[in-house]
Design a protein around this ligand. Structure first.
Ligand code: SIN
Length: 340
């Protein structure tokens, strides 16, 4: 397992020192020698569009936090990969250059194998079941598994269930044979695509549209909200409604930054996260269904609904992936999730 800290240079440590200096400089002393009043900036980049479940929930978090601490805490949201991609944001958070992230659980693969459970194909039938698992003791433990690597988990946010899109109708797993599939940075997703005879290519979200357009890749998997907002439906003639996997996020902060906050701010921000989480997760499914409607109305992409028999074939083809990753994830954790 690679560790982000392995590849950092002295130069990047220099950036961290500068950041700490800047953070301290944010404090200002009021007139007449009153107690110093610190101001705090939470920089929060992410890769999806503002209208997606994550985009809306991040905006809600900003509004709640700033209303709670007017003039004391500012939250800057940078959507649509405009500041950095997810890989870079993992590194930037670990080194305190940004203060908050909501990165797909799949993309923590190089830091922990514990989140691989969220990528197991056909483990979770819907968001309600995912939420039940995340709220359970086994799920809540996952918030703390990478604290020592520079990531304090605060919450899980949903996007939605994944669908495949491709150049042909993929009714059966055999139809995927030989196709190049873009996947997120996850070894489970790599094994999943290999299990159906495809050729997996790990790639950042921001590069996918062009790769599909130019034919560098043939197919991909994503939620309805990402397929719509990233315009994949313009360059993929078919979307298969498979609901075969989940995309959700770990909302995380740098533990050093988090502990450096005064108690009232830390608990207030935590409450704002909890409120935004409940608000956002409650509407994630509806946002995805709206996006599905927009894809359908566009007429650019045909939506293929699979029969129960066809879905069973996909499930069977991908079943070996569970065994392949059981030792990494832990049989008990898989059992806890699959028995919900
Ligand atoms: C996300 O939803 O944040 C990323 C999904 C992807 O990279 O496909």
């Amino acid at each position: 397992m690679r560790d982000l800290r392995d590849f950092h240079t002295a130069m990047r440590l220099g950036v961290l020192v500068m950041f700490v200096g800047l953070l301290s400089a944010c404090g200002n002393t009021t007139d007449e020698g009153q107690a110093a009043t610190e101001t705090y900036l939470i920089k929060f980049p992410h890769v999806t569009a503002p209208g997606t479940p994550k985009g809306r929930t991040a905006q809600r978090f900003k509004e709640l936090t700033e209303a709670r601490f007017p003039g004391r805490v500012a939250v800057e949201i940078y959507p649509s990969s405009q500041l950095m991609n997810d890989d870079d944001s993992l590194e930037a958070l670990a080194f305190g250059e940004i203060q908050m992230i909501a990165v797909s659980l799949s993309k923590f693969d190089r830091l922990t194998q514990a989140f691989q459970i969220f990528d197991l194909p056909f483990l979770f039938p819907d968001l309600v079941t995912v939420e039940e698992f995340q709220a359970s003791p086994a799920g809540q433990d996952l918030l703390n598994v990478i604290t020592d690597k520079g990531f304090q988990g605060l919450a899980f946010w949903h996007n939605g269930m994944k669908q495949f899109s491709g150049p042909n109708p993929l009714r059966m797993p055999e139809d995927a044979r030989g196709l190049k599939f873009r996947i997120m940075e996850s070894d489970v997703l790599q094994a999943q695509v290999q299990a159906i005879g495809g050729n997996p290519q790990k790639m950042a979200l921001g590069e996918v549209y062009q790769a599909l357009q130019t034919g560098a890749i043939d197919a991909q998997e994503n939620t309805w909200s990402n397929i719509y907002s990233s315009k994949f439906y313009e360059v993929q003639p078919y979307v298969m409604e498979t609901n075969h996997g989940y995309i959700g996020y770990l909302v995380a902060v740098n533990p050093t930054f988090w502990q450096s906050l005064p108690d009232d701010i830390r608990s207030g921000v935590q409450e704002a996260v909890a409120e935004a989480t409940a608000w956002g997760n409650a509407q994630a499914e509806a946002i995805n269904q709206q996006a599905r409607g927009h894809v359908e109305e566009s007429g650019r992409s045909e939506i293929i609904e699979l029969t129960d028999d066809e879905l069973t074939s996909w499930r069977t083809a991908m079943a070996p992936v569970w065994e392949q990753f059981e030792a990494n994830i832990g049989a008990e954790r898989i059992e806890a999730a699959s028995s919900l």
